[in-house]
Ligand binder design. Structure first.
Ligand SMILES: Cc1cc2nc3c(=O)[nH]c(=O)nc-3n(C[C@H](O)[C@H](O)[C@H](O)COP(=O)(O)OP(=O)(O)OC[C@H]3O[C@@H](n4cnc5c(N)ncnc54)[C@H](O)[C@@H]3O)c2cc1C
Length: 431
């Protein structure tokens, strides 16, 4: 069981975090005629508490930013675990691709039969304790606005963001009993992952049965005796097909293209190559491709058996939804009870909409360090594009902390670290 949520009650009472400095409402905010009165200011606000946020917080802390004071982490989830806290029961740690260690705190031995959700909740919770991160939750950031852009002619001039967050029921998607909080930050790290943005492709027609996405999947048992169409060409779809069959469902599989099976070993070198190719797209301002488009599907023995048993054979693309099923591109019609859309996720960036980050290519154009966003000085984005895996997220944390130090100006970062007795040798950049 993961550790209990902390700091929630103080946060819900809209209490200023200890050590946060009182806000001097900037001239620019008055210029823009905003009515919001921020209650606190932090040098760095990190949004999220998944692998990307925790790794970043580790390096920020090493640079002398004190959690709960200069550094504030806000997470929408009620417990530690990031997106992993929502994974379904039957996804054991053995079934996951595995997670990369967070910096300075190895995961250690795990029980491969334990649900991945529980392993990761416990691990992230212990990490938060170990690092003293004082994550405040559940706080969902609903909007981020830039209220001050640094003037290049004034050395040391820093950007300023206005962050609005809601807690209580509103953070869970309903409208009752919400608390709202506003604060300002000089540097903003957005590490919000993808789980909140499942993607469902659009097809003509209307299906009358039950539809759900990967994010809504709880247990295979509820589909016993039913005919389920699993849509999508990634690992989640493959795992659902095998799991549903084991639990008495009849299944069929639809993919847009032939499944991209690969015998390439998923090792560290392969991981680096995947990161490199994804970074090429995001630096060009193109949206990241789906995970499977970058990785392919590993031909592990379990999946080979699934192919031999006829479970992992795709029927090809859908052309139309009907009241009782789907029309497929091969001209056939299939009746199904349920459609499970395992069709991937998009980056959860709605809270950044006021910053107008979308590049002409449809994505966020990233700088060469793959975490800075040239269109929004002061903003650092992790868990996006090449850092959207536990390995990539961990590695990006170090670059993100260096980007934050540049935002806060190198001179100030050094001075502060020395003052706190936490002066550090600069970390080498990870490429
Ligand atoms: C089904 C599935 C299986 C996967 N399996 C693997 C695997 O085996 N190995 C692997 O390396 N990767 C896997 N991944 C990729 C996964 O995305 C990364 O591993 C990694 O966990 C993502 O970390 P993150 O910190 O970027 O995001 P997340 O873990 O999603 O964390 C984001 C956090 O931000 C919070 N948040 C979101 N929006 C807001 C907001 N507006 N305000 C405040 N907080 C917010 C969320 O509540 C969450 O706690 C998988 C992904 C999926 C979808």
């Amino acid at each position: 069981m993961g550790p209990r949520p902390r700091h929630t009650s103080a946060a819900a009472r809209n209490v200023k975090a200890p050590g946060a400095v009182a806000t001097d409402m900037s001239e620019s905010q008055h210029e823009q005629g905003e009515q919001v009165q921020p209650t606190e200011h932090h040098r760095v606000v990190v949004i999220g508490a998944g692998q990307a946020a925790l790794s970043t917080a580790h390096f920020l802390r090493r640079d002398g930013e004190r959690p709960g004071r200069e550094l504030l982490l806000l997470d929408a989830n009620p417990t530690p675990g990031g997106a992993w806290s929502h994974r379904w029961d039957a996804l054991t740690f053995d079934d996951a691709h595995g997670i990369h260690d967070l910096p300075g705190f190895p995961l250690g031995e795990t029980d491969p039969t334990e649900p991945a959700r529980e392993v990761v909740k416990r691990y992230y919770g212990a990490y938060e304790e170990h690092e003293g991160l004082q994550v405040q939750r559940p706080w969902r950031v609903t909007s981020v606005r830039r209220t001050h852009d640094p003037d290049p002619a004034r050395p040391g001039d820093r950007p300023r963001f206005l962050v609005t967050a809601t807690s209580g029921s509103a953070a869970q998607g309903t409208e009752t009993k919400a608390s709202t909080r506003t604060l300002t930050a000089s540097a903003l790290v957005s590490a919000t992952g993808t789980w909140d943005r499942p993607f469902v492709p659009s097809y003509p027609g209307r299906f009358g049965g039950r539809q759900l996405t990967t994010a809504g999947f709880v247990s295979p048992d509820e589909f016993a005796g039913r005919r389920v169409l699993v849509v999508g060409g990634g690992t989640s779809a493959v795992q659902f097909l095998l799991l549903l069959r084991e639990h008495g469902a009849d299944t069929l599989w639809s993919t847009r293209h032939a499944p991209d099976w690969t015998e390439v070993p998923f090792d560290a070198e392969w991981g680096r190559q995947v990161e490199h190719s994804v970074a090429g797209r995001t630096r060009a301002g193109l949206p990241p491709l789906s995970v499977v488009a970058a990785t392919g599907l590993p031909l592990i023995p379990r999946y080979v058996r699934g192919i031999e048993d006829g479970i992992l054979l795709s029927r090809g693309p859908i052309v139309r939804l009907t009241e009782d099923g789907v029309d497929l591109a091969d001209g056939s019609h299939e009746r199904v009870d349920v459609i499970l859309w395992a069709t991937g996720f998009r980056a959860a960036l709605d809270h950044l909409a006021p910053l107008h980050l979308r590049a002409p290519g449809g994505g966020v154009a990233m700088a060469d360090d793959d975490v800075s966003v040239p269109a929004a000085p002061g903003l650092v984005l992790v868990g996006y594009g090449p850092s959207a895996s536990t390995l990539g997220a961990t590695r990006a944390g170090r670059r993100a902390a260096r980007a934050v130090a540049r935002i806060l100006t190198p001179t100030q970062a050094t001075t502060k670290a020395s003052r706190d007795g936490a002066g550090r040798t600069p970390e080498p950049a990870v490429v």
